[in-house]
Design a protein around this ligand. Structure first.
Ligand code: NAI
Length: 246
């Protein structure tokens, strides 16, 4: 129960990695806000998580500052604080650069990068008053190493890493920590769509030889969100089976 009574807002948590983080956080005593675009998926997620603890579902788009402010204000009003923000909502719109539509570039930047900015800016007002808070941004190894066909996604995740360092520097003196988590290839709906031969070739490049699980990522987030990581900020920590070594 290392997050006992902590209030956590997790974006894009109706499924995939975000859902895994919401489950582990609820199991560890946090009061969890499941925020996602998809109302049906939010309801289903809350129904399957409520036996683990206090879980509240909210339908919201991370690019919409007003909606995100309402989420943070409601968390603060109902539970007295917002201790943890996980900027997890993310999308891909892959395509080779020469053929990439501006609309696909903009959409990925909007959700993956601007969404994190909007939520972080809004929550920081509450965290600064509290003089405490933890922000974790879900980046990707693609933001470190690049990937053909993912220029938009790679740029958004690289941007998120630089953003995390800036937030850590700006808010460190106010008791707020900010880190990025960079997963490698994790089994979720985002990677389920990949052709078998692509997955095979990824596996051949992973020293641990397998795709990771949602739980592998959630365990790192649990540690970073807890007081056990109280002296860690501005870092990008990979959970990738060793695919990127720095
Ligand atoms: P997913 O596609 O399974 O789930 C993403 C969730 O975010 C969905 O429930 C979706 O409805 C929600 N979402 C999308 N746009 C939103 C918006 N504008 N506002 C609110 N919610 C929104 O994705 P997955 O695989 O769970 O990934 C989660 C995060 O981890 C993403 O940021 C992704 O880029 C990152 N990541 C995933 C990896 C993987 O292998 N699955 C590897 C590296 C990073």
């Amino acid at each position: 129960m290392i997050l006992k009574d902590k209030v956590a807002v997790i974006t894009g948590s109706a499924r995939g990695i975000g859902f895994g983080i919401a489950k582990l956080f609820a199991e560890n005593g946090a009061k969890v806000f499941v925020v996602d675009l998809d109302a049906d998926a939010v309801n289903k997620a809350v129904a399957s998580l409520k036996s683990f603890g206090t879980v509240i579902g909210v339908e919201a788009n991370v690019t919409d500052g007003e909606s995100m402010s309402k989420v943070f204000d409601s968390a603060k009003e109902n539970f007295g604080s917002v201790d943890i923000l996980i900027n997890n909502a993310g999308i891909t719109r892959d395509g080779l650069l020469l053929r990439m539509k501006e609309q696909d570039w903009d959409m990925v930047m909007d959700v993956n990068l601007k969404g994190a900015f909007v939520s972080t800016q809004r929550v920081s007002k509450i965290m600064m008053k509290q003089k405490s808070g933890v922000i974790i941004n879900l980046a990707s190894v693609i933001g470190l190493m690049g990937n053909a066909g993912q220029a938009n996604y790679a740029a958004s995740k690289g941007g998120l890493i630089a953003f995390s360092k800036s937030v850590a520097k700006e808010f460190g003196s106010r008791g707020i920590r900010c880190n990025a988590v960079a997963p490698g290839f994790i089994k979720t709906e985002m990677t389920e769509i990949l052709p078998e031969e692509v997955v095979k070739s990824y596996k051949s490049e992973i020293p641990l030889g397998e795709l990771g699980t949602v739980e592998d990522v959630a365990e790192l987030c649990l540690f970073l969100a807890s007081d056990k990581a109280k002296y860690i900020t501005g870092q990008t920590i990979n959970v990738d089976g060793g695919i990127v070594m720095r």
